[in-house]
Design a protein around this ligand. Structure first.
Ligand SMILES: NC(=O)C1=CN([C@@H]2O[C@H](COP(=O)(O)OP(=O)(O)OC[C@H]3O[C@@H](n4cnc5c(N)ncnc54)[C@H](O)[C@@H]3O)[C@@H](O)[C@H]2O)C=CC1
Ligand SMILES: O=C([O-])CC(=O)C(=O)O
Length: 356
């Protein structure tokens, strides 16, 4: 018997042992993986990038094509997607790449996907805040999330488009309206704040950034970005000047890049790196790896706000555990109050955009 046919039979026999509430979905996913492998694709997950031809999207697509956990990679954009897809598809890695161009191909891009990464939308120019992007990006995120609710309601969503503090509440409202909202599956990507914090703290400590772990909580804009320098691993201490310098530099990291690019956009390469680091953690969680913990902006009961970024444990169903803040020092307690005030407004703005 052909290996694929045999694998199909084995999965059919296994289905009797699966959790009855999930069984059909799990069997279908397994069967799709077998078919993909039979066609020459690698075993792994199906991932779509929406906004794949952009500054973040292109290097993100390249890095996801290199990720051994990805079997199928769908690239969607409203412009330039065929070129990016042809280019990426020549890489001799396992993932099968397909391109989708324009709204009429959105449903095909999304159907069957298990992880959706969204870097679609306009970036900042010098002098702008992330909130200045709201008017354009809110509508883009709404449309894309309506497609997700319809075509792949069980997928994990990694939302990158700014302002994240408002786009995540927008996505939640769209999914609620569609009756598909699962708070564990909607993750605002704040990984770049952690990546920057690890880098800048390592510089001050004279360490390799790969050895440093800085929790960054709150949200993803200015004062809402709150690095918890009292909880850095390996344990260390900072002078008040160092704390002030590091906190400001981490909070203003995005603006530092926007100014250096002088009108040509915002962080793309470090963001693609951070997005892949985060997506890889999500896929390891989906695979069932234990102890996968990263920060993200999620539905939360850690504070009185409905969304907040903290460390979360990623598992087979998404953000399975949202961790508490842990002990804060006085500097961080003051920062937290400031962050919460700004966050409350941004979250409400996102919710009102859908409820209006
Ligand atoms: N969460 C984070 O840490 C970060 C978020 N960002 C945000 O990511 C977003 C993208 O940034 P860049 O890639 O630099 O911008 P970009 O302008 O280079 O690329 C955006 C892409 O989105 C596409 N797009 C626009 N409307 C779309 C739609 N309706 N459907 C699908 N694709 C659509 C565009 O055609 C373009 O290819 C911005 O909102 C930016 O502020 C950027 C850096 C860090
Ligand atoms: O600053 C921006 O506009 C892009 C962004 O979110 C970041 O680099 O953190």
């Amino acid at each position: 018997m052909q290996p694929a046919a045999e694998a199909r039979q084995r999965i059919a026999r296994l289905s009797a042992h699966l959790n009855p509430t999930n069984s059909q979905m799990e069997v279908n996913t397994m069967l799709e993986r077998v078919d993909c492998r039979a066609k020459g694709g690698s075993p792994g997950f199906k991932v779509a990038i929406l906004g794949a031809a952009g500054g973040i999207g292109q290097p993100l697509a390249m890095l996801m094509k290199m990720n051994p956990l990805v079997s199928v990679l769908h690239l969607y954009d409203v412009v330039n997607c065929p070129g990016v897809t042809a280019d990426i598809s020549h890489m001799d890695t396992g993932a099968v790449v397909r391109g989708f161009l324009g709204q009429q191909e959105l449903e095909a891009a999304l159907t069957g996907m298990e992880l959706i990464i969204i870097p679609a939308g306009v970036p900042r120019k010098p002098g702008m805040t992330r909130d200045d992007l709201f008017n354009i990006n809110a509508g883009i995120v709404k449309t894309l999330c309506e497609g997700i609710a319809k075509c792949c309601p069980n997928a994990i969503v990694n939302l990158i488009s700014n302002p994240v503090n408002s786009t995540v509440p927008i996505a939640a409202e769209v999914f609620k309206r569609a009756g598909t909202y699962d708070p564990k599956k909607l993750l605002g990507v704040t990984m770049l704040d952690v990546v920057r914090a690890n880098t800048f703290v390592a510089e001050v400590l004279g360490l390799d950034p790969r050895e440093v772990d800085v929790p960054v909580v709150g949200g993803h804009a200015g004062a809402t970005i709150l690095p918890l320098l009292s909880q850095v691993k390996p344990p260390c201490s900072f002078t008040p000047d160092e704390t002030e310098y590091l906190t400001k530099r981490i909070q203003d990291g995005g603006t530092e890049v926007v100014q250096a690019k002088a009108g040509a956009g915002s962080a793309t390469l470090s963001m693609a790196y951070a997005a892949v680091k985060y997506a890889d953690a999500c896929l390891r969680g989906l695979r069932g790896d234990a102890g996968v913990v990263e920060c993200a902006f999620v539905a939360s009961q850690v504070t009185e706000l409905p969304f907040f970024a903290t460390k979360v444990r990623l598992g087979r169903t998404g953000a399975e555990e949202v961790y508490q803040l842990g002990p804060l020092n006085e500097y961080e307690r003051v920062g937290l109050e400031k962050a919460k005030k700004e966050l409350a407004t941004s979250i409400q703005k996102g919710i009102s955009f859908i409820k209006k």
